[in-house]
Design a protein around this ligand. Sequence first.
Ligand code: AMP
Length: 371
Amino acid sequence: MVRHDKKTIGIIGGGQLGQMMAISAQYMGHRVVTLDPNPKCSAAKVSDEMIVADYDDLDAILKLAYACDVLTYEFENVDAAALHQVEQEVAIPQGIRLLEITQNRKFEKTFLEKEAGVKVAPWQFISGPYDLPEHVVKKQVLKTTTGGYDGHGQVVLHSDDDLEAAREMSNLTECVLEDFVKFDREISVVISGNGKDFVTFPICENEHWNNILHTTIMPARVSDTVAKKARELALAIAEKLHLAGTLCVEMFLTAEDELYVNELAPRPHNSGHVTIEACDFSQFDLHIKGILGEKLPEPRLLSPGVMVNTLGQHIEGVSQLPDSHPDWHSHDYGKEEAKLNRKMGHVTILTQNVEETLAEIDATGIWTDAH
Ligand code: AMP
């Protein structure tokens, strides 16, 4: 008997997010075809088939479209124009509009404020250096509208001394200038949808070092009122987007319990990796179910958890953890070359005492980068 209940899922991007999506898809019995320029990318070993090509290679994307039932992407800088060309051939449940919104900070902030009705830090569009203030009167951050990640493409304006760098950047590309939020904590809400219904994971509390995520604590150490408000904001956003798959909403929480949305990731997110062990369904499981339009379970927290990222400089120390901390879950994305600040894996620790666990992480001496 030929089975029609199992699908072929095409993933654009074979990094760690593609890899973890593929693992979820595989255990549910689906086939995975991954497009990535690197034949040895993280997702290669868990994909049924690889299409080795650049992300914007239209012929390759067409080949992928013909080979699969649904198409998904693991990062936001996929060529939206190329996807428009194949949308007649294959379902793209996450949608191309979501990609277009999240590829551009101006579109994203406009969507958040005007359509979703959520608060973002006060901002203005900077089309060139002439739009910049003459003097720095408050702390602000200039960000390129497109292409920035992990703090790349950002200039923080503390004083007039920073204006030169800001002028240079805004001379090269369009930017947004936003007020610096004096936040107490950074949190994120990972939310999944199937186009109609939406479910949220427990709130993540995130700490960044040098603009790169360092640790996530689930559930975040915030009041029930803040958690409820954060969930409601994420739901408002998901509803407007008819979200299918997993999305992450990053937010700043101030001492006065005000929430400002910082940015959206239109896909599973680093802060949601902790869900693999801490919840009964992970952000990747619900991404796959969501893009297939299946009913979504409300994810349950099995245990509080702490996730810490393994960057290139942490690899050696982390390799000792199976001996010293056999109960820590060490994930390795299988990347061949370890580079400074490159995400190589992550470690998740289930715990009943977050403070004690954070102290144990410190005590390993592995994560000692200046920050
Ligand atoms: P982003 O690329 O926008 O996610 O920014 C990276 C990190 O820079 C954030 O996670 C914050 O830690 C910090 N950051 C960015 N924008 C702001 C802001 N407006 N106010 C305060 N911190 C910010």
